[in-house]
Design a protein around this ligand. Sequence first.
Ligand SMILES: Nc1nc2c(ncn2[C@@H]2O[C@H](COP(=O)(O)OP(=O)(O)OP(=O)(O)O)[C@@H](O)[C@H]2O)c(=O)[nH]1
Ligand SMILES: [Mg+2]
Length: 454
Amino acid sequence: MADKKKTFISSSPERVFLVGVDLFGANHMLPIQDSISELSLLSKTAGLVVVGELIQKLNKPNVETYIGPGKAVELKSLAEETNADVVIFDDELSPRHLRELEKILGGNIRVLDRTALILDIFAQHARTNDGKLQVELAQYEYYLPRLTRAWTHLERQAGGGGGRSGSVGGVGLRGPGETQLEVDRRKIRHRIASLKVQIEKFRSHRMRYRSKRKKNRLPIVVIIGYTNAGKSTLLNKLAGANIQVANQLFATLDPTTRRVDLPDGFSALFTDTVGFIQKLPTTLIAAFHATLEEIAEADLLLHVLDISHPNALNHYKIVNQTLKLIDASNIPVITALNKVDRLSHSQSAIEILKNYEKSVAISARNEMGLSDLLELIKKELFESYQYINVRLPYYEGSLISLFHEVGVVQQIVHARGAVTISGRLPVRYLAQFSRWRQNGKILSSPASDREDKS
Ligand SMILES: Nc1nc2c(ncn2[C@@H]2O[C@H](COP(=O)(O)OP(=O)(O)OP(=O)(O)O)[C@@H](O)[C@H]2O)c(=O)[nH]1
Ligand SMILES: [Mg+2]
């Protein structure tokens, strides 16, 4: 494969002009101004400079130009006045919208939408080979129907280097490099097919790893939440992990799993995942197979919410909505209300807690509330465990190992061809052991017998 990703050192960051539409009657998850502020943060995360914004109230989007045609002309002059290289719309634009808008804006200003911007950030932040392949696939699938537009960009760049910054790999153009986009649709489809095969290989590898993990039977807690809520910070603190933390959107793309010790000798596997955001197209969510698979396997979801964010309640709803979209709303959830260190005294965490079911107030950064959180997680995961004392003959080897796999062993005594185990088991396994149950405590073993304490 020819050099797929070029590195571009641009002399100055690209300048972007943001456009939002306040659609009448639409079910907005965030007020339009907040949605634009988020788009502005996304732009900064992508390394861009925001030079202006425009919001239009509309009953419905214009079929050709999304905003009204008159507004589009106004946008052109505003973008030119502010020396913008790129105009970014807060909503996903159809290929037709993109074509028409580019016609109006002329050859020097590119038009992108929120999805393309997020894809660009993903392309910059993907670390693992698997993650990179998934982002590349999502980019091709997004750009395939918009290929004419990509062509015009590339032609322009080939003929003397893009916008003012001269950066050929500007926002929305990172990832699949020129060589990939210069080929025809057939070749791109071919690449998509080959990416899918490679991604499938990673997937089956993960499945094998997972079934091994399953055999290990440690419960799985998946950390989810809005982007920038503090998910990675929390896992770093709980497990001494070393995941990159940043005051950026989508700092994490690839799941990381670590073992975390819970109170009373229990433990579980915790996985950090990609954050959610409003207006995230389902096609983009679908690109995150690895994260989705993790979520589907979870025994418990740990929803991290930045309670100090002015839109916290909206973020909470958006995450729950996304869980529904990906069919994960039946998995039990605990909410960690994070960043309480940033709350002012007037915002009593106790008052806020009342709004959320099964929640704990924490500060991941300052390690506040973490033991309460772990206690709640332990309860949620293990409350169905019951104390049992069994005497298993050695020929019941598979039951002996099952106890170790699924239970929490407190004491083991080997004596006279049998092993006596006391400890806790998930209720659903009790029946298998009932035949070997004994009452009372383990008798102290004769001196000749080996004794293991675990
Ligand atoms: N004040 C305060 N800041 C926090 C706390 N926890 C995390 N942060 C900050 O919030 C920002 C985001 O933290 P991350 O852990 O990267 O958040 P994330 O949810 O993993 O974000 P993405 O991976 O981008 O979705 C960083 O600047 C953290 O230092 C907290 O308890 N208090
Ligand atoms: Mg993260």
